[in-house]
Design a protein around this ligand. Structure first.
Ligand code: CA2
Length: 142
């Protein structure tokens, strides 16, 4: 099984600012963690990050026919992006949303997720572990 793992804006800043919310581990640590999870779970992953909404939309569209599922942390686009929601609906691949923090325990504007409306499941507040849970969930679908 081949999974596409997408990360949205500012997640490349992990470990640099706001450690009280996002922890002290860096984006490079996250990529290593995801590759280790993939090896342990026996799947293939491609991990990408962009600060640009259009990149995320393009990558979701291009995943059609190439990947078996999508794990996505849309970051701030979670709360604004109908474009990412529409792209996920268009490709109709199994998708799972991940948030490092528990967005429901934060500001009210973080309580709404547009991409989440096209996802089978959301894991929030588990840090890096949420990505492993998302991968396990998608592998369990096959
Ligand atoms: O909890 C999550 O994973 C979020 O998707 C992270 C987003 C935030 O806008 C969402 O509401 C919840 C923010 C990602 C930015 O990450 C930073 C990391 C370090 C320093 C600054 C930002």
């Amino acid at each position: 099984m081949k999974l596409l793992i997408l990360n949205g804006p500012n997640l490349n800043m992990l470990g640099i600012r706001e450690p009280e919310i996002y922890g002290r581990k860096t984006y490079a640590d996250l990529v290593s963690f995801l590759n280790e999870c993939a090896a342990a779970l026996g799947c293939t992953v491609e991990v990408r990050q962009s600060n640009h909404e259009g990149d995320l939309v393009d990558w979701i569209q291009e995943a059609y026919g190439k990947f078996d599922g999508i794990v996505i942390n849309p970051a701030a686009y979670t709360h604004t992006s109908v474009a990412i929601l529409d792209a996920l609906k268009a490709v109709a691949l199994p998708a799972v949303e991940v948030h490092l923090s528990d967005v429901d325990a934060r500001e009210a504007f973080r309580h709404i997720s547009y991409p989440g409306m096209a996802c089978q499941k959301t894991f929030k507040g588990f840090g890096f572990e949420g990505y492993r849970m998302a991968m396990e969930f998608l592998l369990g679908q096959k």
